[in-house]
Design a protein around this ligand. Sequence first.
Ligand SMILES: [Zn+2]
Length: 139
Amino acid sequence: MFWRKRKLEKTGKMRSAKQLGMIVGLSAKEVNVILRKKGYLSGKPGAYNITSKGELYSEVRGNSNGYGGYAAKSWEFIMWDSCMIYELSNDKYPGIDWYCDKCNAFLNVQKGFNDHKKHWKCKECGYKNLISKEGIVAE
Ligand SMILES: [Zn+2]
């Protein structure tokens, strides 16, 4: 299995924590916990702050319910760049993209892929790839 080091590149596509979570199968809550662990957020659930690291990949948007007077309500929410998806994985080798030795398929996105496993059977071609640092062929 060969690999490439991934650079966290902004895509410009903004998504909420909930939307990011839907892609990777996590709840918005879980997404925030991971983002906090990785230093993009600080604080506690319900009272998160964006860190300076997080500011690079996020923007705060406001919203209101459209009512005036006493019924008016507004709130703020954080939108994250879609590249944060890569930060949400619980990778053993963070920032490494894995490719199938036989068919070049990008393995990280295959359902159930997890680089904590010793082997990964490619969903495209069925080839059994070895996941290890030793097997790595650098670009
Ligand atoms: Zn393959």
